[in-house]
Design a protein around this ligand. Structure first.
Ligand code: GLN
Length: 308
């Protein structure tokens, strides 16, 4: 164990090479047709260390869609605007044993189990105030702020592909609307499709991980959105459900609040310390990046990063 020692790019290079073979064992998501075009051999890892410095290895300039990782940003904004207590009248703090898009991710009263699965995330996004695409614009602006990367934008093709084939999400939206958990038009669902289609890199994800790990302080020290309560809430939700039905086992093997997306990214917060972002689009059976997960396991073990 290198506990307390600095993470270097040499170490990250070694981790990438050692885990590269996993890229051939997973499968790129193709239920959203446009995602199926990703190159499964891509692999990269980025760390923003406690000093806010970026260290990386592999395909860290490669762009991919953020997908479900956007759910933590939407949650942050929905809590800022509505307060945690009000928002969680419509959501639970539960984990799940079902896949991310399963209709069983609702409790006995029809409330989504948590904001990390699709059902809860659709409610979260719909709770962000404003007509039309304003909710989406707020999410995009927050991601640009956290990463200090104003070039971040929507991947139009992925967005249209999601919108066209997102029948499960559309079905869930209407069930939730029927239960009175969502107000407003299908624009609210469209904002969900759009937030999932925002393009980022592994470096951007590491900066997002750093932001929540450090109570809302940006990697360059900016404290505009510093908020300990919101950072605690979001990291706890990442830990219990951020890796979907794999979250329990992931807590055992990695022990860090993390959020994955079917685009192949995972963002990790090492509380009070740093952020990690990985990318590799070949996924395991839960919809988590296979090589990405293996790299995080290794880094966590090497530096004893688990919170437990
Ligand atoms: N846009 C994807 C969906 O709603 C996000 C899912 C994910 O990343 N797990 O199906």
């Amino acid at each position: 164990i290198n506990k307390g020692q600095e993470i270097t790019s040499e170490i990250l290079n070694r981790i990438v090479e050692k885990n590269r073979h996993y890229t051939t064992q997973g499968k790129v998501a193709d239920y959203i047709p446009e995602l199926g075009k990703a190159n499964p051999s891509k692999i990269g890892i980025a760390v923003v260390n406690a000093q806010g410095k970026v260290i990386s290895s592999g395909d860290v300039s490669e762009k991919f869609t953020i997908q479900s990782i956007s759910k933590i940003i939407a949650l942050m904004i929905a809590v800022q605007e509505n307060g945690e207590e009000n928002l969680y009248k419509k959501l639970g703090y539960f984990g799940t044993d079902q896949p991310f898009n399963h209709f069983g991710n609702l409790d006995n009263n029809g409330k989504p189990l948590n904001p990390m699965m699709n059902a809860g995330a659709i409610v979260t996004t719909a709770s962000i105030q404003g007509e039309g695409d304003l909710g989406y614009q707020k999410i995009l602006a927050m991601i640009r702020y956290i990463t200090k990367n104003s070039a971040i934008n929507l991947n139009e093709k992925v967005y249209l592909s999601e919108k066209e084939t997102g029948h499960r999400n559309r079905g869930m939206f209407h069930i939730l609307k029927n239960s009175g958990l969502i107000e407003g038009t299908e624009d609210k669902l469209d904002n969900y499709f759009k937030q999932c289609s925002i393009e980022v890199t592994a470096v951007d994800l590491a900066k997002i991980g750093y932001f929540f790990a450090n109570n809302g302080t940006r990697f360059d020290g900016d404290t505009t959105y510093k908020n300990i309560e919101i950072a605690r809430l979001i990291q706890s939700q990442m830990l219990t459900a951020g890796m979907y039905e794999f979250s329990g086992e992931y807590s055992r093997t990695v022990g860090l609040p993390s959020k994955s997306g079917v685009g192949g990214g995972i963002t990790v917060s090492v509380p009070h310390k740093m952020g990690i972002g990985v990318y590799s689009p070949a996924l395991d059976e839960h919809g988590n990046s296979l090589a990405g997960y293996q790299m995080i396991v290794e880094l966590s073990k090497l530096y004893d990063l688990s919170i437990f």
